[in-house]
Design a protein around this ligand. Structure first.
Ligand SMILES: Nc1ncnc2c1ncn2[C@@H]1O[C@H](COP(=O)(O)OP(=O)(O)OP(=O)(O)O)[C@@H](O)[C@H]1O
Ligand SMILES: [Mg+2]
Length: 249
């Protein structure tokens, strides 16, 4: 749960307000997506929930416990993959497990399972630069999954991959999240992605981000890409689009 969060950054031109009184709750197993304009403060919000940045004011809790720093219960998938270029696929995923009390063998075993789950078996020894963008993001997803987090924080995970790959990976991620009963908070500026993946969509204003509206997406899961063409989906899309336009400077 996030309550009354405020955040601003100190810049050469003074304080830059980025998050303006944001609060919401996410139930266990729920997938909540966030849409907002570029630069509105979405990454900043996720980084705060991940414990990588602290809010100026407000409270953040997970299962009743205050969030005070990074922890394996909250794993993040980054907008630009966030891989270590000098490590291979296996080493990148194992690196994500460094703070867990597991033996080296257990870490490798876990990493192997999650690499297989994202379809990268056989690429364990490859370095990121020898993988496509979509494959690099699969490594990012595998690294987060291997931790077995209770909350998956996804920051525009498909923004840097081509449209075709994005469609395939969205359906894949939806499957993974459902099968692991994971709770997920996913940020995107793609309205269709937000509606396709989310049980609920939070619409943010442009900077400083405020929560304009929460839109439940009552389309049953599992969902297939075809739902995007239904009148129900299109009506939701038009609604989110209108809200974003009204609240984007
Ligand atoms: N460490 C920082 N110091 C100063 N300003 C920052 C810092 N991090 C982010 N900002 C500013 O905060 C604002 C919000 O940035 P943020 O990355 O959260 O936006 P975003 O919604 O994720 O954008 P995008 O959709 O382009 O990824 C931007 O104006 C950015 O310049
Ligand atoms: Mg961002």
């Amino acid at each position: 749960m996030v309550k009354d969060l405020y955040k601003s950054f100190n810049t050469q031109n003074g304080a830059l307000p980025v998050i303006d009184k944001i609060g919401f709750e996410v139930s266990p197993g729920e997938v909540v997506t966030i849409v907002g304009a570029s630069g509105s403060g979405k990454t900043t919000l996720l980084r705060m929930i991940a414990g990588l940045e602290s809010p100026d004011r407000g409270t953040m809790t997970l299962d009743g416990k205050a969030i005070t720093g990074p922890a394996p219960e909250r794993a993040m998938i980054f907008q630009h993959f966030g891989l270590m270029p000098w490590l291979n696929v296996m080493q990148n995923v194992v690196f994500g497990l460094k703070s867990l009390p597991l033996s080296a063998d257990e870490k490798i075993q876990r990493a192997r399972e999650s690499i297989a789950r994202v379809g990268l078996m056989g690429f364990e020894d490859f370095h990121p630069k020898h993988l496509s963008g979509g494959m690099q993001q699969r490594v990012g997803i595998a690294r987060a999954l291997a931790v077995r987090p209770s909350v998956l924080l996804c920051d525009e995970p498909f923004a840097a991959v081509d449209a075709m790959t994005r469609l395939l990976m969205q359906t894949d991620l939806l499957g993974i999240v459902t099968e692991q009963h994971a709770t997920a908070l996913l940020v995107t500026h793609d309205i269709e992605e937000a509606l396709y993946l989310g049980d609920r969509v939070l619409v943010f204003s442009s900077r400083p981000a405020r929560l304009i509206e929460e839109i439940p997406v009552l389309i049953p899961k599992p969902r297939s890409p075809e739902i995007r063409t239904t009148p129900e989906f299109q009506a939701l899309r038009a609604k989110v689009w209108r809200l974003l336009q009204e609240h984007t400077k």
